[in-house]
Design a protein around this ligand. Structure first.
Ligand code: SF4
Length: 404
């Protein structure tokens, strides 16, 4: 494919060659990526065009989303990220760990509203920090949160048929093996590969689970166990643009090795009044467009690129110009507990805005079509049996069963 420079003769021909190579080979040269993440008015149009072409190779004009419920199993956590508004200490009256009845009630409401995914999102290993929470678990027969999570995933799957997607933080191979039979997919945001963020004043100061090597080890362990996996980067938390690119290459390297990364999220930091980073500058729409496009070209056509629509409500449809092909989980029932002030768009609005940009919105499951088609190689037999009842031959929810 030839990528044309329609906008300005000032674009470096070497950069245009790198874009054309990325389109042809699914590989973007790292030096070019570092320049393109800073794309100016001249180089932005060819960058967006190349990213859109790779997206088209992957998914044509189809953009997907997952109809889900959000289950914040516990908002206790042993970490203390400077941007987090989800976490609570046990002394806070808003601290809460959901009981099985509460989980089932939400999952059942989701099932009734046509949801297929139960997203379990929770703080990382709070039992290592809080004795009162350790006692809470012990009274119910558990030593670790991951065991409690396992049983609730099994309960939701059995009682409602919703497919669990588990996001419990850093896991080792044993943890992942425990959850695999009761989940359709798992996830852990890499967020960043910058060690600097762990230093004094950094976003990850005081967060043992945010050490990049530890998170990369979790993603690798999921690859060894053949788990369809979601990861991503959180942008605007103090990383440099080069570090942002490094994180995307680290994800691509793991996918090259194991082939299990089904989607990569590009999430933008948002300021909130009650966080340590309340005065931190937020990424702009332009930042998002550059990062999504560079992510698309680094990851190539085998991995979905996703960005949450609710974190840039005024402009999220512009992401479609940059190679995005998935909106992530959107819930008609529960709010975004990680960003509670940011309501998800109504599904009808998401569909309309996607279609106005010339795309078709389709519902997917918590596991992407590429992994559905690989069947029991990537899914436990019981999960695969359930998945098979929910999809069309292309691995998506049949159109006649979609609800808007
Ligand atoms: S690990 Fe997650 S839940 Fe815990 S403080 Fe950080 S962002 Fe919040």
């Amino acid at each position: 494919m030839r990528v044309q420079n329609r906008s300005s003769p000032a674009v470096d021909p070497g950069l245009l060659r790198a874009l054309a190579d990325a389109v042809d080979t699914g590989r973007l040269d790292p030096a070019a990526a570092r320049r393109l993440i800073r794309a100016d008015a001249a180089s932005l149009p060819p960058l967006l065009e190349a990213a859109s072409t790779v997206r088209e190779q992957r998914s044509g004009w189809t953009v997907t989303y997952s109809r889900k419920v959000f289950l914040p199993l516990t908002n206790l956590c042993r970490d203390q990220c400077a941007y987090c508004t989800f976490v609570r200490r046990p002394s806070d009256p808003r601290a809460h760990t959901m009981t099985p009845d509460e989980v089932l009630a939400v999952a059942e409401a989701g099932r009734a509203a046509g949801c297929k995914e139960a997203l379990f999102s929770l703080g990382d290993k709070p039992e290592l920090r809080y004795p009162s929470y350790r006692r809470w678990l012990a009274e119910r027969g558990y030593a670790r949160t991951i065991e409690y999570l396992h049983d609730l995933c099994a309960l939701v799957l059995e009682r409602t048929g919703l497919l669990p997607h588990a996001n419990p933080g850093v896991m080792d191979e044993e943890d992942i093996a425990l959850l695999r039979p009761v989940t359709a997919s798992m996830g852990l945001m890499l967020e960043s590969t910058s060690e600097r963020l762990l230093e004094r004043g950094g976003a990850h100061r005081g967060c043992p689970d945010k050490v990049p090597a530890v998170r990369l080890a979790t993603i690798a362990a999921a690859g060894r166990l053949r788990v369809p996996f979601t990861t991503g980067i959180l942008i605007g938390i103090g990383e440099t643009l080069d570090e942002r690119v490094d994180a995307l290459y680290a994800i691509r390297d793991l996918h090259d090795r194991y082939g299990h990364i089904q989607e990569v999220i590009v999430q933008n930091f948002r300021r909130k009044p009650d966080i340590r980073m309340r005065d931190w500058p937020e990424p702009t729409v332009l930042d998002m467009l550059r990062t999504i496009a560079v992510a698309r070209l680094i990851l190539g056509p085998t991995t979905a690129v996703q960005a949450p629509p609710n974190l840039m409500p005024e402009a999220y449809d512009a992401y479609l110009l940059a190679g995005l092909d998935d909106w992530g989980g959107v819930s008609p029932v529960t709010r975004d507990h990680i960003n509670p002030e940011r309501a998800w768009p109504h599904l009808r609005e998401l569909k309309d805005r996607t279609e106005r940009m010339g795309f078709r919105l389709r519902e997917r499951l918590a596991v992407y079509p590429a992994y559905v088609s690989r069947g029991q190689d990537y899914l436990d037999p019981a999960i695969f049996a359930r998945v098979a009842t929910l999809v069309d031959p292309g691995g998506l929810v049949p159109q006649e069963r979609e609800q808007w």
